[in-house]
Design a binder for this molecule. Sequence first.
Ligand code: MN
Length: 298
Amino acid sequence: MASERKLILLTNDDGVHAEGILALREAVEHLGKVVVCAPDRPRSATGHAITLHKPLRVAEVRMANGMTAYATSGTPSDCVMMAFVHLLGRTPDLVLSGINDGPNMGWDLTYSGTASAAMEGAIYGASSVALSLVSTTGLKDHDFRPAARFAADLSELILNDPLPPGRFLNVNVPQTPEGHIAGVRITRQGVRRYPGSVEERVDPWGRKYYWLGGELPEDQLLPGTDVEALAHGFISVTPIQMDMTDYPLQGEMGARDDYGDLVQKWLPRGGEEVTEREEEELRKAISSQQGDEEILGG
Ligand code: MN
């Protein structure tokens, strides 16, 4: 039996016209039917936000290579939902989010529009991958092509053998000439925390305003993590699951006296009594309502 042509959805939190999504599209175009649906402007660090209180616009636009794409006025997750529910007609075989201009490692994932779009794909039941380019040299001219070629290799693998439900892969590729990529590591999520930074300024009317961020993250080079892999020039592939439960802590809390006391305190007291009283009140309410109806009917 001839297999159906694969359907691949591409999105990107840097917007539909970003260099990263164009390089990605050109690298995976041969793997199936590729549909691009991405925000019409940069929407980095919007996390998993979706647009609920204003209308969404979708427009067909041309990418720099002349190929058509859908651009929405929404977030990366809006784009994925819009594609799954409205544009594609069927569940795609693969969702690729990226290639982001900048890292998405460790705790970045909680802020990342790139990772959240892949998460949205996983929620809708498709194998999904978040892809990010990490500049290790400080070079401004980013070459997304090596990362795009890696994305194509990984995509081929996943199209042959889909990911388990509720999972996605978070990929970070170092920005180095391809020959200098040290290799690929299957990693775990590391620790990367941005020191809070708030810069206070004053506008022309004398009112204070603020800029957030700007500080370099505090990376911990824990062994086996994405952060450590990138520090050593490796491509990092981290399997991420939707289930964020801390199972050891769940067990520990279940065994502790203070949490046990809290559970005891919130048990329904004198359950039967309450139920009897409630039943009595319900009976009264019903009979008085019937009385009302009789009066009205009469
Ligand atoms: Mn971005």
